[in-house]
Design a protein around this ligand. Structure first.
Ligand SMILES: Cc1cc2nc3c(=O)[nH]c(=O)nc-3n(C[C@H](O)[C@H](O)[C@H](O)COP(=O)(O)O)c2cc1C
Length: 353
Protein backbone atom coordinates (compact mmCIF):
# COMPACT_ATOMS: atom_id res chain seq x y z
CA UNK A 1 0.00 0.00 0.00
CA UNK A 2 2.85 2.39 0.82
CA UNK A 3 4.49 1.69 -2.50
CA UNK A 4 1.16 2.45 -4.17
CA UNK A 5 0.95 5.78 -2.42
CA UNK A 6 4.54 6.65 -3.37
CA UNK A 7 3.95 5.59 -6.95
CA UNK A 8 0.74 7.62 -7.09
CA UNK A 9 2.51 10.76 -5.84
CA UNK A 10 5.19 10.28 -8.45
CA UNK A 11 2.63 9.80 -11.24
CA UNK A 12 0.83 12.94 -10.09
CA UNK A 13 4.01 14.99 -10.56
CA UNK A 14 4.40 13.64 -14.09
CA UNK A 15 0.75 14.01 -15.04
CA UNK A 16 0.43 17.63 -13.89
CA UNK A 17 3.04 18.56 -16.51
CA UNK A 18 0.44 17.69 -19.19
CA UNK A 19 -1.80 20.47 -20.52
CA UNK A 20 -5.00 18.36 -20.17
CA UNK A 21 -4.91 18.72 -16.37
CA UNK A 22 -6.29 22.22 -16.95
CA UNK A 23 -9.38 21.25 -18.96
CA UNK A 24 -10.42 23.64 -21.67
CA UNK A 25 -14.00 23.95 -20.40
CA UNK A 26 -12.87 24.90 -16.93
CA UNK A 27 -12.39 28.58 -16.10
CA UNK A 28 -11.66 30.35 -12.80
CA UNK A 29 -13.58 33.34 -14.27
CA UNK A 30 -10.87 35.77 -13.23
CA UNK A 31 -11.03 37.17 -16.77
CA UNK A 32 -14.52 38.47 -15.86
CA UNK A 33 -12.92 40.89 -13.40
CA UNK A 34 -11.71 44.06 -15.10
CA UNK A 35 -9.86 46.70 -13.18
CA UNK A 36 -10.51 50.32 -14.04
CA UNK A 37 -7.21 51.79 -15.20
CA UNK A 38 -6.03 54.90 -13.38
CA UNK A 39 -4.11 57.06 -15.84
CA UNK A 40 -2.66 59.18 -13.04
CA UNK A 41 -1.72 56.68 -10.31
CA UNK A 42 0.08 59.38 -8.24
CA UNK A 43 2.11 56.59 -6.67
CA UNK A 44 5.66 55.30 -6.91
CA UNK A 45 6.12 51.53 -7.36
CA UNK A 46 8.18 51.39 -4.17
CA UNK A 47 5.36 52.95 -2.14
CA UNK A 48 3.18 49.89 -2.70
CA UNK A 49 2.68 47.99 0.51
CA UNK A 50 2.03 44.29 -0.11
CA UNK A 51 2.35 42.93 3.42
CA UNK A 52 -0.43 40.69 4.69
CA UNK A 53 -1.32 38.47 7.62
CA UNK A 54 -2.34 34.83 7.59
CA UNK A 55 -2.86 32.57 10.60
CA UNK A 56 -1.33 35.26 12.80
CA UNK A 57 1.88 35.34 10.75
CA UNK A 58 3.15 38.39 8.93
CA UNK A 59 3.86 37.90 5.21
CA UNK A 60 5.85 40.33 3.05
CA UNK A 61 3.44 39.70 0.16
CA UNK A 62 -0.12 38.33 0.09
CA UNK A 63 0.86 35.03 -1.52
CA UNK A 64 0.96 31.36 -0.58
CA UNK A 65 2.58 28.45 -2.38
CA UNK A 66 -0.16 25.98 -1.53
CA UNK A 67 0.31 22.33 -0.57
CA UNK A 68 1.38 19.93 -3.28
CA UNK A 69 3.73 17.16 -2.54
CA UNK A 70 5.93 14.95 -0.40
CA UNK A 71 6.69 11.25 0.06
CA UNK A 72 9.39 10.76 -2.59
CA UNK A 73 12.90 12.10 -3.09
CA UNK A 74 11.78 14.18 -6.06
CA UNK A 75 8.95 15.64 -3.98
CA UNK A 76 11.39 16.40 -1.17
CA UNK A 77 13.51 18.52 -3.52
CA UNK A 78 10.39 20.40 -4.69
CA UNK A 79 9.33 21.09 -1.09
CA UNK A 80 12.78 22.28 -0.02
CA UNK A 81 13.28 24.49 -3.08
CA UNK A 82 9.82 26.05 -3.05
CA UNK A 83 10.03 26.64 0.72
CA UNK A 84 13.38 28.37 0.17
CA UNK A 85 11.72 30.66 -2.37
CA UNK A 86 8.80 31.28 0.00
CA UNK A 87 11.28 32.32 2.69
CA UNK A 88 13.16 34.61 0.27
CA UNK A 89 9.93 36.32 -0.80
CA UNK A 90 8.36 36.27 2.69
CA UNK A 91 5.29 34.34 1.57
CA UNK A 92 3.45 31.34 3.04
CA UNK A 93 4.22 27.75 2.08
CA UNK A 94 2.41 24.43 2.47
CA UNK A 95 3.56 20.86 1.89
CA UNK A 96 1.32 18.19 0.32
CA UNK A 97 -0.70 15.52 2.08
CA UNK A 98 1.29 13.99 4.93
CA UNK A 99 -0.89 10.88 5.15
CA UNK A 100 2.01 8.62 4.14
CA UNK A 101 3.96 9.76 7.23
CA UNK A 102 1.36 8.21 9.51
CA UNK A 103 2.56 4.81 8.21
CA UNK A 104 6.12 5.65 7.23
CA UNK A 105 7.52 8.36 9.52
CA UNK A 106 10.96 7.72 8.01
CA UNK A 107 9.82 9.67 4.94
CA UNK A 108 9.76 12.93 6.95
CA UNK A 109 12.80 14.20 5.04
CA UNK A 110 10.65 14.39 1.88
CA UNK A 111 8.42 16.98 3.58
CA UNK A 112 10.84 18.77 5.91
CA UNK A 113 12.03 22.08 4.53
CA UNK A 114 14.81 23.00 6.97
CA UNK A 115 16.93 25.08 6.85
CA UNK A 116 14.28 27.06 4.94
CA UNK A 117 11.88 28.83 7.25
CA UNK A 118 8.96 30.49 5.42
CA UNK A 119 6.99 32.96 7.56
CA UNK A 120 4.10 30.48 7.61
CA UNK A 121 4.68 26.75 7.17
CA UNK A 122 1.58 24.56 6.80
CA UNK A 123 1.37 20.80 7.15
CA UNK A 124 -1.42 18.98 5.28
CA UNK A 125 -3.86 16.12 5.78
CA UNK A 126 -7.08 14.99 4.08
CA UNK A 127 -10.39 15.61 5.84
CA UNK A 128 -11.23 11.90 5.60
CA UNK A 129 -7.92 10.99 7.25
CA UNK A 130 -8.79 13.38 10.05
CA UNK A 131 -12.08 11.52 10.55
CA UNK A 132 -10.49 8.07 10.32
CA UNK A 133 -7.29 8.74 12.29
CA UNK A 134 -8.48 11.42 14.69
CA UNK A 135 -7.11 14.73 15.90
CA UNK A 136 -3.99 12.96 17.21
CA UNK A 137 -2.88 12.22 13.65
CA UNK A 138 -3.14 15.89 12.72
CA UNK A 139 -1.15 16.88 15.80
CA UNK A 140 1.49 14.30 14.95
CA UNK A 141 2.11 15.59 11.41
CA UNK A 142 2.16 19.19 12.62
CA UNK A 143 4.76 18.32 15.24
CA UNK A 144 6.84 16.26 12.84
CA UNK A 145 7.10 19.19 10.43
CA UNK A 146 7.31 21.79 13.23
CA UNK A 147 4.56 23.50 11.29
CA UNK A 148 2.80 26.70 12.24
CA UNK A 149 -0.53 25.40 10.93
CA UNK A 150 -2.25 22.48 9.28
CA UNK A 151 -4.23 22.58 6.06
CA UNK A 152 -7.07 20.06 6.06
CA UNK A 153 -8.11 19.34 2.49
CA UNK A 154 -11.38 18.30 0.90
CA UNK A 155 -11.08 16.34 -2.36
CA UNK A 156 -14.31 14.35 -2.75
CA UNK A 157 -14.42 14.63 -6.58
CA UNK A 158 -10.89 13.25 -6.89
CA UNK A 159 -11.57 10.39 -4.47
CA UNK A 160 -14.69 9.33 -6.38
CA UNK A 161 -12.71 8.92 -9.61
CA UNK A 162 -9.69 7.28 -7.98
CA UNK A 163 -9.62 3.48 -7.83
CA UNK A 164 -9.74 2.58 -4.13
CA UNK A 165 -10.43 6.20 -3.20
CA UNK A 166 -12.67 7.18 -0.30
CA UNK A 167 -16.40 6.81 -0.77
CA UNK A 168 -17.60 7.91 2.66
CA UNK A 169 -17.33 11.62 3.38
CA UNK A 170 -19.30 11.79 6.63
CA UNK A 171 -18.05 13.44 9.79
CA UNK A 172 -15.49 15.81 8.26
CA UNK A 173 -17.03 19.06 9.51
CA UNK A 174 -17.25 17.90 13.13
CA UNK A 175 -13.75 16.42 13.02
CA UNK A 176 -12.45 19.79 11.82
CA UNK A 177 -14.37 21.49 14.65
CA UNK A 178 -12.64 19.19 17.18
CA UNK A 179 -9.26 19.96 15.68
CA UNK A 180 -9.85 23.72 15.88
CA UNK A 181 -10.92 23.37 19.52
CA UNK A 182 -7.73 21.43 20.27
CA UNK A 183 -5.07 23.47 18.45
CA UNK A 184 -6.69 26.89 18.05
CA UNK A 185 -8.28 28.61 15.07
CA UNK A 186 -5.02 30.31 14.06
CA UNK A 187 -3.43 26.94 13.32
CA UNK A 188 -6.07 25.44 11.01
CA UNK A 189 -6.63 26.18 7.33
CA UNK A 190 -9.45 24.30 5.59
CA UNK A 191 -8.92 23.94 1.87
CA UNK A 192 -10.33 22.42 -1.27
CA UNK A 193 -8.15 21.10 -4.05
CA UNK A 194 -9.69 22.71 -7.13
CA UNK A 195 -13.47 22.25 -6.88
CA UNK A 196 -14.11 25.16 -4.54
CA UNK A 197 -15.61 25.81 -1.11
CA UNK A 198 -18.99 27.50 -1.53
CA UNK A 199 -20.60 29.91 0.94
CA UNK A 200 -22.83 27.27 2.56
CA UNK A 201 -19.88 25.05 3.55
CA UNK A 202 -17.92 28.12 4.57
CA UNK A 203 -20.66 29.08 7.02
CA UNK A 204 -20.77 25.52 8.39
CA UNK A 205 -17.02 25.73 8.93
CA UNK A 206 -17.32 29.15 10.59
CA UNK A 207 -19.87 27.72 13.05
CA UNK A 208 -17.23 25.14 14.01
CA UNK A 209 -14.66 27.82 14.74
CA UNK A 210 -12.74 27.77 11.45
CA UNK A 211 -11.21 31.18 10.70
CA UNK A 212 -9.07 30.47 7.63
CA UNK A 213 -10.14 28.81 4.38
CA UNK A 214 -8.44 28.29 1.05
CA UNK A 215 -11.43 28.14 -1.29
CA UNK A 216 -9.35 26.55 -4.09
CA UNK A 217 -11.95 26.80 -6.80
CA UNK A 218 -12.38 25.32 -10.25
CA UNK A 219 -10.54 26.59 -13.27
CA UNK A 220 -6.99 25.42 -12.58
CA UNK A 221 -5.59 21.97 -11.89
CA UNK A 222 -8.42 19.44 -12.17
CA UNK A 223 -7.94 16.43 -9.90
CA UNK A 224 -10.83 14.47 -11.45
CA UNK A 225 -8.92 14.93 -14.74
CA UNK A 226 -5.61 13.80 -13.20
CA UNK A 227 -7.33 10.66 -11.88
CA UNK A 228 -9.01 10.13 -15.26
CA UNK A 229 -5.55 10.06 -16.83
CA UNK A 230 -4.43 7.46 -14.26
CA UNK A 231 -7.56 5.31 -14.38
CA UNK A 232 -7.53 1.88 -16.02
CA UNK A 233 -11.24 1.19 -15.50
CA UNK A 234 -13.37 2.68 -18.33
CA UNK A 235 -16.10 3.69 -15.90
CA UNK A 236 -13.65 5.64 -13.75
CA UNK A 237 -12.22 7.25 -16.88
CA UNK A 238 -15.73 8.27 -17.94
CA UNK A 239 -16.51 9.74 -14.53
CA UNK A 240 -13.21 11.63 -14.51
CA UNK A 241 -13.96 13.10 -17.92
CA UNK A 242 -17.45 14.10 -16.82
CA UNK A 243 -16.21 15.73 -13.61
CA UNK A 244 -13.11 17.31 -15.13
CA UNK A 245 -14.66 20.79 -15.01
CA UNK A 246 -16.76 20.17 -11.90
CA UNK A 247 -16.74 22.83 -9.25
CA UNK A 248 -17.36 26.46 -8.36
CA UNK A 249 -15.12 28.84 -10.33
CA UNK A 250 -12.44 30.40 -8.16
CA UNK A 251 -13.51 34.01 -8.68
CA UNK A 252 -17.09 33.14 -7.66
CA UNK A 253 -15.86 31.23 -4.58
CA UNK A 254 -13.79 34.17 -3.38
CA UNK A 255 -16.51 36.79 -3.85
CA UNK A 256 -19.16 34.56 -2.26
CA UNK A 257 -16.88 33.62 0.64
CA UNK A 258 -16.14 37.26 1.40
CA UNK A 259 -19.84 38.13 1.32
CA UNK A 260 -20.80 35.12 3.47
CA UNK A 261 -18.18 35.59 6.13
CA UNK A 262 -16.55 39.00 6.57
CA UNK A 263 -14.33 37.69 9.43
CA UNK A 264 -12.95 34.63 7.64
CA UNK A 265 -9.39 34.84 6.37
CA UNK A 266 -9.52 33.70 2.79
CA UNK A 267 -6.85 32.23 0.59
CA UNK A 268 -7.92 32.34 -3.06
CA UNK A 269 -6.37 29.59 -5.16
CA UNK A 270 -7.32 27.47 -8.16
CA UNK A 271 -6.28 28.58 -11.63
CA UNK A 272 -4.33 31.72 -10.66
CA UNK A 273 -1.66 31.99 -13.33
CA UNK A 274 -0.20 35.49 -12.98
CA UNK A 275 0.25 38.40 -10.61
CA UNK A 276 -2.70 40.04 -12.32
CA UNK A 277 -4.85 37.02 -11.41
CA UNK A 278 -3.58 37.35 -7.84
CA UNK A 279 -4.58 41.04 -7.79
CA UNK A 280 -8.06 40.10 -8.99
CA UNK A 281 -8.36 37.45 -6.26
CA UNK A 282 -7.37 40.07 -3.66
CA UNK A 283 -9.78 42.64 -5.10
CA UNK A 284 -12.64 40.12 -4.85
CA UNK A 285 -11.91 39.62 -1.17
CA UNK A 286 -9.06 37.14 -0.74
CA UNK A 287 -6.49 38.01 1.94
CA UNK A 288 -3.86 35.90 0.23
CA UNK A 289 -3.60 34.51 -3.33
CA UNK A 290 -2.52 30.87 -3.66
CA UNK A 291 -0.53 29.20 -6.43
CA UNK A 292 0.22 25.51 -7.05
CA UNK A 293 0.66 24.37 -10.67
CA UNK A 294 2.67 27.29 -12.13
CA UNK A 295 5.39 26.90 -9.50
CA UNK A 296 5.71 23.13 -9.61
CA UNK A 297 5.80 23.23 -13.40
CA UNK A 298 8.46 25.94 -13.44
CA UNK A 299 10.44 23.90 -10.93
CA UNK A 300 10.16 20.68 -12.90
CA UNK A 301 11.13 22.45 -16.12
CA UNK A 302 13.95 24.69 -14.89
CA UNK A 303 14.71 23.87 -11.25
CA UNK A 304 14.81 26.36 -8.40
CA UNK A 305 15.93 29.19 -10.70
CA UNK A 306 12.92 28.64 -12.96
CA UNK A 307 10.55 28.67 -9.99
CA UNK A 308 12.29 31.76 -8.58
CA UNK A 309 11.77 33.58 -11.89
CA UNK A 310 8.11 32.51 -11.95
CA UNK A 311 7.53 33.83 -8.43
CA UNK A 312 9.36 37.09 -9.24
CA UNK A 313 7.15 37.51 -12.31
CA UNK A 314 4.03 37.01 -10.21
CA UNK A 315 5.20 39.58 -7.65
CA UNK A 316 6.15 42.08 -10.35
CA UNK A 317 2.78 41.86 -12.06
CA UNK A 318 1.00 42.10 -8.70
CA UNK A 319 2.79 45.37 -7.95
CA UNK A 320 2.06 46.64 -11.45
CA UNK A 321 -1.67 45.93 -11.02
CA UNK A 322 -1.75 47.78 -7.68
CA UNK A 323 0.00 50.78 -9.23
CA UNK A 324 -2.22 50.91 -12.32
CA UNK A 325 -5.31 50.89 -10.09
CA UNK A 326 -3.80 53.67 -7.96
CA UNK A 327 -3.91 51.32 -4.96
CA UNK A 328 -1.20 51.63 -2.33
CA UNK A 329 -2.25 48.47 -0.46
CA UNK A 330 -4.73 45.59 -0.55
CA UNK A 331 -7.44 47.56 1.27
CA UNK A 332 -7.20 50.30 -1.38
CA UNK A 333 -7.23 47.73 -4.19
CA UNK A 334 -10.37 46.14 -2.74
CA UNK A 335 -12.02 49.55 -2.50
CA UNK A 336 -11.08 50.51 -6.07
CA UNK A 337 -13.67 50.41 -8.82
CA UNK A 338 -13.88 47.36 -11.08
CA UNK A 339 -16.18 45.84 -13.65
CA UNK A 340 -17.59 42.36 -13.13
CA UNK A 341 -18.66 40.69 -16.37
CA UNK A 342 -20.84 37.69 -16.93
CA UNK A 343 -20.89 34.79 -16.22
CA UNK A 344 -19.10 35.76 -12.99
CA UNK A 345 -21.76 38.34 -12.13
CA UNK A 346 -24.48 35.65 -12.39
CA UNK A 347 -22.46 33.18 -10.36
CA UNK A 348 -21.99 35.75 -7.58
CA UNK A 349 -25.69 36.69 -7.58
CA UNK A 350 -26.76 33.04 -7.58
CA UNK A 351 -24.46 32.09 -4.70
CA UNK A 352 -25.60 35.04 -2.56
CA UNK A 353 -28.15 34.68 0.21
C1 LIG B 1 1.19 18.34 -8.06
C2 LIG B 1 0.09 18.79 -7.13
C3 LIG B 1 -0.16 18.04 -5.99
C4 LIG B 1 -1.16 18.44 -5.08
N1 LIG B 1 -1.31 17.76 -3.90
C5 LIG B 1 -2.11 18.28 -2.92
C6 LIG B 1 -2.12 17.73 -1.61
O1 LIG B 1 -1.43 16.74 -1.33
N2 LIG B 1 -2.92 18.31 -0.68
C7 LIG B 1 -3.68 19.40 -0.97
O2 LIG B 1 -4.34 19.94 -0.08
N3 LIG B 1 -3.72 19.93 -2.21
C8 LIG B 1 -2.94 19.40 -3.18
N4 LIG B 1 -2.92 19.99 -4.43
C9 LIG B 1 -3.92 21.01 -4.76
C10 LIG B 1 -3.40 22.43 -4.65
O3 LIG B 1 -3.06 22.75 -3.32
C11 LIG B 1 -4.44 23.46 -5.19
O4 LIG B 1 -5.55 23.45 -4.32
C12 LIG B 1 -4.92 23.15 -6.59
O5 LIG B 1 -3.90 22.56 -7.37
C13 LIG B 1 -5.42 24.39 -7.33
O6 LIG B 1 -4.39 25.33 -7.58
P1 LIG B 1 -3.67 25.48 -9.02
O7 LIG B 1 -4.75 25.61 -10.05
O8 LIG B 1 -2.80 26.69 -8.89
O9 LIG B 1 -2.87 24.22 -9.24
C14 LIG B 1 -1.95 19.59 -5.36
C15 LIG B 1 -1.72 20.30 -6.55
C16 LIG B 1 -0.71 19.93 -7.42
C17 LIG B 1 -0.50 20.73 -8.68
Amino acid sequence: MHDDLEQRKSQHLDLVQRPEVEPEGSDPLLSCVRFVHRAAPELSLDQIELSAELCGRRLRAPLMIVGMTGGTERAGRINRDLATLAEEAGVAFGVGSMRILLEQPDLLATFAVKPARPPLLASNLGAQQLVQRGTGAALRVMEMLEADAIAIHFNAAQELVQAGGDRDFRGCLDAIGELVARVGADRVIVKETGCGIGPAVLRELAVRGVRTADVSGAGGTSWPRVEQLRARDPQARGLGELLSDWGIPTAACIAAARAASPEMQIVGSGGLRSGLDAAKALALGADVAGFALPLVRAHQQSGIDGARAELAGILGALRAAFLLCGARDTAALRASRRVILDPLRTWIESLAG
